[in-house]
Design a protein around this ligand. Structure first.
Ligand code: ADP
Ligand code: MG
Length: 348
């Protein structure tokens, strides 16, 4: 009889059911918030996060640019700068390229032009009107072209043709309305550092950083520099990166937890990331960390509860104080309690 009692108690149902169920619940809670989490291990990894780094363009900002000003070199017309830029950008699907085509007119995508896009820098193009470069200051400097620094804020696209500087186009982006709250929430929940990584020029990044009160800004980064920047913030397991995947797929893969923007994000980024934010709101980063912590807490409660109750009833069984009814409670009863507790994770 005692052997039977012990046999019933020692059935590990509660443990076996409740742990995966807790993670399923966590994944369900996340999906209700519009976050696709790719596995229970991701929810677990969130516990160690100390630094959260955001990409700027498309993540903290809307990533929908508009041409705000064109500043040609002396003797060059605005139209000429825009025309050259549109030719170069006609094959790119970078948000900056789209804004330039929008301003110039879509007919440029019909032109015969050979383009070579350098991720995080710009585009080099060959057209019958000449060899065109459109991109960052660093990109033109690489090709031996000196460029002026405008004192207007915003992102700059420098344009050159046949090795001569033509002018620059200022494109502006706006902050996502949720970004400031996202940074505040992360600070409030005890994240040590909120950083921003961007390929944009320093002054294009500074106003965003100031408006959002992020702790650290790294600007003028190429995709591979972003990986190094993230590594400099601490061990991989303690870092989370949130990005739209345009020029930042490598760092999504290199972060402890990589989170991609699902709406705006590139296909490759969505595949590489550990979690995907479907509504593109950066505020989901804090939600995700919160859900991870809650899931873990509930899973541990279940482990401690089921082993604890089983141990107590087992001792009572050995000394003859617990019979089959108590054993059945320690098995099925505890399993049910664990399932009910695990279901709480799903409610977020
Ligand atoms: P972020 O890191 O903020 O998401 P990106 O890495 O997408 O920004 O781009 C970084 C910088 O590279 C831009 O600010 C721009 O100066 C330049 N750049 C990248 N692609 C293009 C392009 N297609 N046309 C012009 N400039 C580009
Ligand atoms: Mg980006």
């Amino acid at each position: 009889y005692r052997a039977l009692v012990l046999l019933v108690i020692s059935c590990p149902c509660a443990l076996v059911i409740s742990v995966p169920l807790g993670y399923f619940g966590g994944i369900g809670a996340a999906s209700r918030k519009g976050i696709l989490v790719k596995g229970g291990n991701v929810l677990d990894a969130l516990r160690d996060i100390k630094t959260v780094a955001f990409d700027k363009t498309g993540t903290l900002t809307r990533g929908v640019f508009e041409v705000s000003r064109i500043l040609p070199r002396e003797g060059v017309e605005e139209k000429e700068v825009l025309h050259a830029a549109a030719l170069a950008e006609s094959r790119s699907n970078h948000p900056i390229a789209r804004s330039i085509l929008q301003a110039a007119g879509m007919q440029y995508i019909l032109e015969k032009v050979e383009t070579h896009e350098v991720s995080g820098k710009g585009v080099a193009a060959r057209h019958k009107s000449g060899d065109i470069l459109a991109g960052s200051a660093a990109f033109l400097k690489e090709h031996g072209i000196a460029v002026p620094e405008p004192d207007a804020p915003g992102t700059v696209v420098y344009v050159a043709r046949n090795g001569a500087y033509l002018g620059l186009i200022l494109v502006s982006d706006i902050l996502r309305p949720e970004s400031a709250q996202a940074v505040r929430d992360l600070h409030d929940m005890g994240i040590a550092k909120v950083a921003m990584l961007t390929g944009d020029r320093r002054s294009g990044a500074a106003w965003v950083a100031e408006a959002l009160k992020v702790d650290e800004v790294r600007a003028e980064l190429l995709p591979e520099d972003k990986v190094a920047a993230l590594e400099s913030f601490g061990p991989k397991e303690q870092t989370m990166f949130v990005g739209d995947g345009i020029n930042d797929a490598p760092v999504l893969a290199g972060a402890g937890v990589g989170v991609a923007m699902g709406g705006l994000g590139a296909q490759a980024a969505v595949e590489i990331a550990d979690a995907v934010i479907l509504d593109d709101s950066p505020a989901r980063a804090a939600d995700l960390i919160r859900i991870g912590a809650r899931t873990r807490a509930i899973v541990w409660q279940n482990i401690v509860m089921s082993i604890g109750i089983k141990a107590v009833v087992m001792i009572l069984g050995i000394v003859g104080l617990a019979g089959l009814w108590e054993a059945v409670f320690a098995d099925v009863g505890v399993a049910l309690l664990a399932v009910l507790n695990a279901a709480r994770t799903a409610r977020g």
